[in-house]
Design a protein. Structure first.
Lengths: 498, 192
């Protein structure tokens, strides 16, 4: 009896093990929810699409390590290409591919993104997704011709843990930090005489007001299925009205006559309708935290039949495919980011909202003042956000709205986090609100320098307390980079004597 | 100036052909490393000379209608000849591992372009001590064997020596026209 029990136990154990292994293999190689297989939480915004593993992991199964690392490079660059190009990357991969860099490969292999950004290692991840120690510059810049302590007198006594943590250097983006730029922008007053953000000034200059809303409304088609006085008034004062985009422009965009408007009318047009005209906004929105879930490069759920074919089942039985699709398919990736999944501090009442264009932009009223400040503050609850309305930046915005200051003087949330730029007379608003945040020195050129000196901007961004209180006051630390750079080109009398 | 350029081009071409004649290669064998390298260098040095003389030196030094600057985007200026060469080499690096090239010097403005392997030191010193001559060698880097060729990089226009002599990071400030300022280094992996 005892022997029988033992045999039975072994048989059940074996069966369960085989079933478990088959299930895991199926989930890994065919379809199914892979959340349980995540080796560790992903970094920052990557969590938004971490269930779509093959967005990043595109290599064929059982590829060698170097091929996998190269493939991951490609997927990193798929989304980060424009950012790296715009940053005038100081350490691009192409620079490290030359075999003369072989000695450096042993130290930090700059040919692969994953050498510094390992992913799935939350316990080892520092700022900006870096998974190396903070003094990583020491690996290559402490010996021979590359020894910065030898090349720069001012750096002789410095330690390597401060290179990238003190507002002086970044691995990729040094556009506002390179030596000649420091010299060119040295010795300037902390705030300009007429501080104005020019593209913002251009966009905030009021367009010709529609004098008589009623008369204007009479000139446009009113035979609409959902005509509403309030909506019509809101719309008549909007940029859509000024641009001759009527109701049907969004609710029945393909319609060519009134009958078609009736039949094709869509009560709540999708974001695709917005994106049809607002291409730049849609593109940049999908690169930021708010809109990333609709990024075109996020992989679709796997197709069971195709996965089976890739595994060598040239003609998988239809019943098997249908069974897998019915019960064991990849979960659909959510189409929009929800505030409930956010990993930053949000107000309790803000939870449970999907982020779409209309979260910040009322489709009829298009109140850009709301989108630039109150939309943000209706969700964000961190100290920097809650301090904004006590800041000088807000006071300037208040005065601008009051007509006391010229357009572009006020600094809204969007002025810094969604900086505008001018291209061919058109103002573009960057809807990737994270674009100038990591590292925050990226903000210097896009925003700060419109009104402030480089020295003030570097000092202010390097002072975490000042960032927290939304720049109410002066920085309480000074980064000496500009002083050192100026001293190299304009030696003082004391330096010359030495 | 154009006659002078023609002369230079002809002499480089003649040199390359002479090398080819000394080491005949048949189609079956393929070209030997040195011939491939010499031909690659001929294209590089011709393009580089044309850009330096006909664009940078003409527009920035002689006619003074535009400047050339290391920070060409911020300064709305021409790309420096050395940067143009390096950008080309980086673009090649993105496309292929079949060969790579660099512009190095014993007196580099940017320390990244100082010699970093023993053969680079030997080659660049040879070029500096033997003007007009090339240097060829083999070396092992990152577990792979390379054929490495060194070609003198000469100050072909006033813009070259002027800029290097005046730059605050330049370790040498007495370059004259015709001086060897550094070397073009071409590497071809031997086992692939």
């Amino acid at each position: 009896m005892k022997r029988l029990n033992t045999k039975l136990f072994w048989a059940v154990w074996a069966l369960l093990s085989i079933a478990g292994a088959l299930y895991a293999a199926k989930t890994l190689y065919v379809t199914g929810d892979r959340t349980v297989l995540l080796p560790g939480e992903t970094t920052g915004v990557h969590h938004q699409f971490e269930i779509s593993c093959h967005t990043c992991h595109t290599s064929d199964d059982f590829e060698d390590v170097n091929s996998v690392r190269k493939d991951i490079n490609k997927t990193c660059v798929t989304c980060h290409k424009d950012e790296l190009k715009a940053s005038n990357d100081s350490h691009p991969i192409k620079k490290f591919k030359n075999p003369r860099m072989a000695d450096f490969w042993e130290k930090i292999d700059g040919r692969f993104c994953t050498s510094c950004h390992a992913e799935h290692s939350p316990e080892a991840t520092l700022h900006a997704g870096v998974t190396l120690q903070g003094d990583f510059c020491v690996a290559c810049h402490s010996e021979g011709d590359q020894d910065v302590r030898q090349n720069r007198e001012s750096h002789a006594e410095l330690t390597f843990d401060t290179c990238a943590s003190s507002g002086c250097h970044n691995y990729h983006d040094n556009r506002a930090l390179y030596e000649d730029f420091l010299v060119k922008h040295g010795n300037m007053p902390w705030v300009k005489e007429e501080p104005v953000h020019l593209p913002a000034a251009l966009s905030r200059t009021p367009s010709e007001a529609v004098a008589d809303i009623e008369t204007y409304l009479a000139t446009v088609d009113t035979a609409l299925p959902a005509y509403d006085e309030t909506i019509a008034h809101d719309w008549a004062a909007s940029a859509h009205a000024a641009g001759d985009v009527g109701c049907a422009g969004c609710h029945a965009p393909e319609a060519t006559n009134e009958a078609e408007i009736e039949t094709q009318w869509v009560e709540a047009p999708s974001e695709a309708v917005c994106a049809d005209c607002h291409r730049n906004e849609a593109k940049t929105f999908a690169l930021g935290r708010h809109g990333m879930r609709r990024h075109p490069e996020i992989a679709d759920p796997r197709d069971a039949k195709r996965s089976l074919k890739d595994l060598g089942f040239s003609d998988p039985p239809e019943a098997m495919v249908r069974l897998i699709e019915a019960y064991l398919a990849d979960p659909d990736a959510p189409q929009a980011m929800s505030t409930s999944e956010a990993r930053v501090s949000l107000k309790p009442e803000a939870h449970g909202q999907d982020l779409t264009c209309s979260t910040c932009h009322d489709p009829h009223a298009q109140d850009l003042d709301f989108a630039a400040v109150d939309a943000c503050l209706s969700c964000h609850n961190d100290e920097h956000s809650t301090s904004y309305k006590d800041s000088t930046h807000f006071a300037l915005w208040f005065d601008e709205k009051d007509g006391l200051l010229p357009p572009g003087s006020g600094v809204t949330c969007a002025t810094c986090h969604m900086p505008q730029s001018e291209k061919g007379g058109k103002v573009l608003t960057n809807h990737n609100q994270n674009d100038t945040l990591r590292p925050n020195e990226k903000m210097i050129r896009a925003t700060c320098l419109s009104c402030h000196s480089l020295e003030f901007a570097i000092d202010a961004l390097a002072d975490p307390e000042l960032v927290k209180n939304n720049f109410s006051g002066q920085p309480n630390r000074h980064i000496e980079s500009i002083d050192w750079a100026l001293r190299r080109v304009e030696p003082t009398d004391t330096d010359a004597n030495q | 100036m154009y006659d002078k350029f023609k002369g230079l081009k002809a002499s480089v071409l003649a040199g390359a052909l002479a090398v080819g004649a000394m080491q005949p290669a048949t189609a079956e064998e393929g070209l030997d490393f040195q011939t491939v390298s010499d031909l690659l260098h001929l294209v590089m040095s011709s393009d580089r000379t044309v850009y330096t003389r006909m664009i940078v030196n003409r527009l920035a030094v002689e006619e003074k209608v535009i400047t050339a600057s290391e920070h060409f985007e911020d300064d709305k200026a021409l790309v420096l000849p050395a940067q143009m060469f390096r950008f080309g080499s980086e673009m090649v690096a993105e496309e292929t591992d079949a060969f790579s090239y660099s512009l190095l010097s014993l007196w580099p403005i940017n320390k990244q372009n100082a010699p970093s392997t023993p053969l680079e030191i030997e080659g660049l010193e040879y070029l500096a001590e033997n003007p007009g001559e090339n240097f060829y060698g083999e070396e092992e880097l990152g577990g792979e064997k390379y054929f490495t060729a060194f070609y003198p990089d000469i100050s072909v226009a006033e813009a070259c020596s002027k800029c290097h002599n005046e730059h605050k990071d330049s370790p040498r400030t007495d370059f004259k026209g015709g001086d060897v300022m550094g070397g073009v280094v071409i590497r071809i992996p031997m086992d692939s």
